[in-house]
Design a protein around this ligand. Structure first.
Ligand code: PEP
Length: 254
């Protein structure tokens, strides 16, 4: 039985004060260990959020890390610094990083390795563009991302990976994949994990869905067999909408 996992990705939003307040409001209301909950604030707010969620079950994630541990890499964040700031998770390969910052499967693979090497549980994001889906290339794209990003990740390391399937056309657009569309890809990813690793790993790894998840669609998505939770962008920027997604999900797994 996989413990569902719901993380909020705050992207480039929230000052330190705003982040502290939002994290505090979420932490005060979370009283479940049936779903793993986490937040990914901007780097500047990590330590403030770490302090706000202290004593709660909420996890702290970095939105990105670099593949080197230290050195002359102006502007980059070492995975060691993420750990030092209180993170136990990192998000790697988000489509915005791929789209706007030139990340490729090769660099995401290097980041995944460095993130895992310092003990961070790592959310690996994959997902196809609308034109790729329309051209019938969804499996080739998502399959290629999984294969190339996982190169050299051992069976023991992969246990600390969570996959987030986020169709790029559904991120921040208000368009959600239908439960059927999402389930089809999640099941495809699970079968690929079986091929790359084994049956146990494919059943163990959690696969989140991301793309305009809100209170209104959380339940129907969560009911799908291979959807193990969500990576939430816009709706995680307010405590109420984030908590509603968690409540709706809890109703489904009750
Ligand atoms: C995301 O950025 O990971 C995301 C899923 O965003 P949104 O929920 O706003 O579509």
């Amino acid at each position: 039985m996989r413990t569902p996992i719901i993380f909020g990705n705050w992207k480039m939003n929230k000052t330190i004060g705003e982040a502290r307040e939002l994290a505090g409001s979420i932490a005060r209301k979370i009283a479940t260990d049936r779903i793993e909950i986490g937040v990914a604030p901007p780097f500047t707010s990590l330590t403030a959020v770490r302090d706000s969620i202290k004593g709660s079950s909420i996890h702290l994630a970095a939105q990105n890390v670099y593949w080197e541990m230290e050195g002359a890499f102006t502007g980059e964040i070492s995975p060691k610094f993420a750990v030092d700031s209180g993170c136990d998770y990192a998000i790697i390969g988000h489509s915005e990083r791929r789209q706007y910052f030139g990340e490729t499967n090769h660099t995401v693979n290097k980041k995944l390795k460095s993130s895992l090497s310092v003990g961070l549980k790592t959310i690996l994001c994959v997902g196809e563009l609308l034109k790729q889906r329309e051209a019938g290339k969804m499996e080739a794209v998502v399959g290629g991302q999984i294969r190339e990003c996982m190169v050299g990740i051992s069976t023991s390391e992969v246990r600390s990976v969570v996959v987030a399937y986020e169709p790029v056309w559904a991120i921040g657009t208000g368009k959600t994949a239908t439960p059927g569309q999402a389930q089809e890809v999640h099941s495809f990813i699970r079968s690929l994990l079986k091929e790359l690793y084994d049956e146990e790993i494919s059943q163990l790894l959690r696969i989140q869905y991301g793309g305009s998840v809100k209170r209104d669609n959380a339940s129907i998505l969560m009911k799908e067999a291979d959807i193990d939770g969500f990576l939430v962008g816009g709706a995680s920027l307010e405590a109420e909408s984030f908590l509603e997604i968690i409540e709706k999900s809890l109703e489904v797994i009750a």
